[in-house]
Design a protein around this ligand. Structure first.
Ligand SMILES: CC1=C(CCC(=O)O)c2cc3nc(cc4[nH]c(cc5[nH]c(cc1n2)c(C)c5CCC(=O)O)c(CCC(=O)O)c4C)C(CCC(=O)O)=C3C
Ligand SMILES: [Fe+2]
Length: 375
């Protein structure tokens, strides 16, 4: 088989995502799934529930994942990559455990996982690995033989992600009134997480203030800002800011918040802003509500012209990036040394999360890492 289309040793790809409610009755049980044992204040839950109800109780995330799933299958077929693709979620149906059970029953023994989170962090990486370990434990208890699972490396700096994001920023700039376009600031935005989670994100060697989470976002943001400058010939100020904070007020989370940043930009005389949702891969609720609804309203109140650039979604370049990462990992697992595409300064991320990578508050078993109980 052509090395460029050989998925061996893998026999399936699993698209692993967050999940979201698909109707008003789903909202509360979904939020209970998300926040079980995480100490989120009740008021915050009611507030977030109201965001979903503004959109009929439907998060767009599942439909976006169905679109991505179809796009991956079509891309693989068009490129002669014979690898079935399945989809499972952490917090809503189709649940990961059910998907993995079906995969085992279909005979899959060696599964590669593509999670819809591009960066290191407990929520974006280890928690998915814990979900996988939990699903494997359930299958084992049911008398099934668990498959071996591996997880793709972080893809925040893959050219298929960064170039697509850069083009999104260029499109967004073109939507701003011409007289403020050149002076527009870039506000790269991602999910706030507790300072303590950021500081311990990534391999132990990268632990320290902000950890791998902040370092990876800064690397991606700097690359995009440079590429936008190269394309437009205009230097624009940029900053990494945060959104969607939850948790109790006395616990420090990454700042500044996007809303405060917009007010600061306005006060300092910035003529316009492009909000770049660098931390997310599709236009799910954190983008639709926290940016398009809330942050846009803040900008309008301030009188600050603002646009939001696109997420990668199912863009063909992003889909092709997933194929590239799958083939790269397959080759690596076969003992070859394939090219590892990465832009920015950090270089390609590790394939296997080392012991102590993105620790959680509790020491739960995690699959697809050096400390996996399922080798
Ligand atoms: C880093 C990160 C990503 C990005 C990486 C990735 O994509 O994975 C992300 C994505 C998402 N977060 C989402 C939804 C929620 N996140 C919550 C809570 C939390 N997120 C956290 C972090 C992250 N979250 C954290 C540290 C918490 C506190 C509680 C905890 O430690 O777990 C809550 C509870 C209520 C609230 O407090 O907001 C909800 C409802 C949705 C679905 C949107 C939809 O439905 O369209 C998506 C894609
Ligand atoms: Fe979240």
């Amino acid at each position: 088989m052509d090395r460029a289309t050989d998925p061996h040793p893998y026999d399936a790809l699993l698209l692993l995502s967050f999940g979201g409610p698909e109707g008003p009755d789903d909202v509360l049980p979904f939020l209970e799934n998300v926040t079980r044992g995480r100490g989120i204040p009740r008021e915050r839950l009611a507030e977030v529930g109201a965001h979903y109800h503004l959109f009929g109780g439907v998060s767009p995330i599942n439909e976006q994942n169905r679109t991505l799933l179809a796009a991956l299958r079509a891309d693989f077929a068009a490129h002669g990559l014979d690898l079935p693709v399945h989809w499972g979620n952490r917090n809503w149906g189709p649940y990961l455990t059910d998907t993995l059970r079906e995969m085992v029953r279909a005979g899959h023994r060696r599964v590669l996982v593509f999670a819809t989170s591009a960066y290191a962090s407990y929520s974006g990486c280890r928690q998915y690995r814990e979900d996988l370990a939990g699903a494997l434990a359930t299958l084992t208890a049911e008398g099934l033989q668990p498959p071996r699972v591996d997880k793709l490396r972080h893809y925040f700096n893959h050219p298929g992600f960064l170039t697509t994001m850069t083009d999104g920023v260029l499109d967004a700039l073109a939507r701003l009134p011409e007289d403020v376009r050149d002076g527009a600031h870039l506000a790269f935005t991602t999910h706030s997480i507790p300072d303590s989670a950021a500081d311990t994100s990534g391999p132990p060697a990268s632990h320290g203030p902000g950890g791998a989470y902040v370092a990876q976002h800064l690397d991606a943001a700097r690359h995009i800002a440079d590429a936008v400058r190269a394309a437009t010939g205009t230097e624009r100020p940029w900053r990494l800011v945060y959104q969607s904070r939850s948790g109790a007020p006395h616990i420090p989370w990454l700042e500044p918040d996007i809303g405060d940043h917009l007010a600061e930009l306005h006060a300092s005389g910035a003529p316009a802003v492009v909000m770049v949702p660098i931390g997310f891969v599709s236009d799910h609720m954190e983008v639709l509500y926290d940016l398009d609804t809330e942050a846009m309203a803040t900008a309008a109140e301030l009188g600050l012209p603002a646009v939001r650039s696109a997420t990668v979604g199912a863009d063909p370049r992003f889909v092709a990036a997933v194929r590239d990462l799958v083939l790269e990992r397959a080759a690596t697992e076969r003992g070859e040394t394939p090219a590892r595409c990465a832009l920015g300064a950090l270089g390609p991320s590790h394939d296997l999360c080392p012991v102590g990578c993105c620790p959680g508050r509790r020491d739960l078993p995690a699959a697809a890492g050096a400390d996996s109980p399922y080798a």
